[in-house]
Design a protein around this ligand. Structure first.
Ligand code: MG
Length: 452
């Protein structure tokens, strides 16, 4: 994890416009990024639909040019479209986005030359340059160039088209797609058109005010999608603001958890081909059960898409993803990719010739519960030690502490942004779930009481 010395949080550089993200802050962050990249490097920059996008982008571009880097502006693009283009054509990428956050936010995300999000070492070095103000400004005759790069979105759509089995696609599938007025508005409808699908759009006009709902693809924001999809569409789908994620609604209008969609993808992929699957420790054991049944191997990582992506690269994994709608298809790139998720789902439903709800019924059933408790700052490690000493079952410490007891597990991890511990529990039956969840909530409450 980055040192969090005021620049990078768990989601890159992120904050409210003209509060944390003032012009001066954006400039200093961008100068630090430019000084980190080097000089004479090709940098592709892009942004989501936020109203503050031009403000951040112009400061970013000026700063990169002043540190001697050649800037190519891709305009409004989904994050995975930028990542793909950086991987194929550039030395570095910078995406101006606050992903799923409300309209007042914006942010800056760094993309390495291989198309993956910059690693912790890189972020730490940028943060060091930022804090020390060690900016490498160039002379007037050594400034970087600026140009526009067109076709990033079309190239991305074209690449996704080439990654699916077009002959087997059922063109009669009825799809409802909600782009949350974000960057996916410029690519996902284009893809569905190119494929010849019957689809209807909801909030697919690019609008950084996010007039319909916040761009976080969670159930309470997607009531309209659920209502319209029910009994009228084969499925509904929704992106977040920068379209690196996608969530789904089944033909009955039910919002489907990211865990179950992961399960669907893993089942389909490992039934065709054995290999390694990578997920963070928070993911349902259902995915592990499916993987094992199909003679494949599941690897758990710390929470965070870049960690999942890099583990996949290292191990040659055939698929990976998170429980929040982030799915990584390595045949495309080692990055979360919302449109690839949609394309693969269309492929699965076409090939299996089953209703979405019927496909979901094939998955093993698990029950989950999540909660959080406030903790005194700096006390997490002590809490973890006490839990470890008292744990009845097997303990795994990949991220926080995960305790396995028979068919149940509980995971306790610190929040990256608030003085909280998050408690996740899962079991094959409801009674065991209530038991393990309640027991560990009480254990943690007692430990916290002792600190007071
Ligand atoms: Mg996102």
């Amino acid at each position: 994890m980055a040192s969090k010395g005021g620049l990078f949080g768990t989601n890159g550089i992120r904050g409210e416009i003209n509060r944390k993200l003032t012009p001066e802050f954006i400039m200093n962050a961008s100068l630090a990024i430019g000084s980190f990249i080097g000089e004479n490097r090709t940098v592709i920059v892009g942004r989501d639909t936020r109203t503050s996008g031009n403000m951040v982008m112009d400061i970013l571009k000026g700063s990169l040019i002043s540190t001697g880097n050649h800037v190519y502006d891709a305009g409004i693009v989904p994050t995975p479209a930028l990542q793909l283009t950086v991987k194929d054509h550039a030395d570095f990428g910078v995406m101006v986005t606050a992903s799923h956050n409300p309209a007042i936010y914006n942010g800056i995300k760094c993309i390495d030359s291989d198309g993956t999000e910059l690693n912790d070492e890189g972020e730490n070095e940028i943060e060091r340059i930022f804090n020390a103000r060690e900016f490498k400004l160039k002379e007037w005759n050594n400034l970087g160039r600026h140009d526009i790069i067109t076709g990033v979105n079309h190239n991305y759509v074209y690449n996704v088209m080439n990654k699916i089995n077009k002959e087997k696609i059922d063109k009669n599938l009825k799809i409802l797609i909600d782009c949350a007025n974000g960057a996916g508005s410029l690519t996902t409808p284009v893809f569905l058109d190119a494929l010849g699908m019957k689809y209807t759009t909801l909030n697919c006009n690019a609008d950084g005010n996010f007039p319909s709902h916040d761009p976080e693809p969670k159930e309470e924001n997607l009531k309209e999608l659920m209502r319209i999809t029910k009994d009228a569409y084969d499925f509904g789908a929704a992106h977040d603001g920068d379209a690196d994620r996608i969530v789904f609604v089944d033909n009955d209008g039910n919002f489907i958890s990211g865990d179950r969609i992961l399960g669907l993808f893993v089942k389909y992929i490992t039934e065709k081909r054995k290999g390694i699957i990578v997920v963070p420790v928070t993911v349902s054991r259902m995915v592990e059960e499916i993987t094992q049944k199909n003679d494949s191997k599941l690897l758990y990582t710390r929470v965070g898409a870049p960690i999942v992506a890099r583990t996949m690269m290292k191990t040659g994994a055939i698929f990976g993803g998170e429980d929040n709608g982030g799915f990584i298809f390595p045949e495309m790139q080692h990055a979360r990719d919302g449109l690839m998720g949609l394309a693969k789902m269309i492929e699965i439903i076409s090939e299996r010739k089953m209703k979405f709800s019927e496909l979901l019924n094939e998955l093993p059933e698990y029950y989950q519960k999540k909660g959080s408790l406030e903790i005194p700052p700096g006390k997490f490690n002590e809490i973890m030690k006490i839990i470890e000493n008292n744990a009845g079952g097997n303990v795994v410490k990949i991220d926080g502490i995960k305790v396995f007891e028979g068919d149940s597990w509980v995971l306790i991890r610190p929040s990256g942004t608030e003085p909280l511990v998050r408690i996740y529990a899962e079991s094959k039956n409801r009674n065991d779930l209530e038991n393990i969840f309640g027991r560990y909530m009480n254990i943690i409450k007692n430990i916290i009481r002792e600190f007071q």
